[in-house]
Design a protein around this ligand. Sequence first.
Ligand code: AMP
Length: 280
Amino acid sequence: MKIISNPFELKEYLHANKSIGFQENQSIGFVPTMGALHEGHISLIKKAKEQNELVVVSIFLNPTQFLKGEDLDKYPKKEVADTKLCQLSGVDVLFFPNVNDIYTQDEVSVLAPKVRGFVLEGESRPGHFNGVLTVVMKLLNIVNPTRAYFGKKDAQQLNLISLMVKQFFMSVEIVAVDTVREKDGLALSSRNAFLTKEEREEALKIATSLRNATAMVMRGVLDSKEITSNMREILAPLHIFYVEILNRNFNQLSHVEIGNTIILVEVRVGTTRLLDNIWL
Ligand code: AMP
C-alpha cells in the first residue's frame, strides 16, 4: 500500500500508474473518510474493491465542516490502526494529507444549496455542508476517481454530494453503501467512541425507533405524522434534533411511499450527536 500526503504527488502517482500499468478502461474507486475507521468504512472499501481495479482511501479530518465549539479537537484519531486496517483491507493508495496540503488562506469554496443544505443536520449545524462539499470537491479533483463511495447513514450528505456532482457536471459515479450496524442495531460511527456505557444503552433508542417505524409500515400504517409521533415517544428522553419522513429527493412526504422513502433521525445522547436513518 502506497501512502501519500501531498495532493500533487498523489495526482502524479495515479496518472503515472494509469500510463504504465493501467489500461484506459481501468477504474479507480475512492473512499473519503475522516479516520477512526470501523466496519462501516471497511464495507465502503470492500464495495470499492469489488467494483474497481484500484482503490484510494483518504483520511482527512476536515476542519471546515466543524462549527466553532464542535468536537473537532476531541474527534478520535487512530492513524496507526487506520493505516493497518487499510493495508489489511487491500487498499492500494492511502491519501493522508495535512490541513496545509488541502487549505490555504482566503479560499474559493463550494456553498451548499440554501434550502437543502440548511435543513435537518444543516439547520442545527449551519455551514457544515459548505465545508463537506468544499472538501469533497477538492478530494474528487485530486483523485479523479471513476466511482466514489459514501454511506447511506449520512443520507443528507450523500444527497448533497450527488446534487453537487450533477450540478457541477462532474464525471464521477457516486455509489451509496448500506449502513453497517452493531448486532444490537446501533449504527457504527466514529463518534460512538464518545459514549459512556449508559449513553450507549440510551443510544439504542434510535435503532428501536427506526425498527418500530418499519414495523408500523409493514402493518400498513403509512401516515408520516403517526409514525414520527410514535418514534418521538420512543426517543423522548433524548434531545431530538429532527425526526423526518422524506422521499429520496429529500422532499417531505405526508405518507410513506415504499421504495421512495427515507426516515431520518438525529439526536444528542449526552454531548454526542448521533444520526441514523432507514430506507424503505
Ligand atoms: P466519516 O469518516 O464519518 O466521514 O465517514 C466516511 C464515510 O463512511 C461516509 O461516507 C459515511 O457515510 C460512511 N459511514 C460512516 N458510518 C457508516 C456506517 N455505519 N455504515 C456505512 N457507512 C458508514
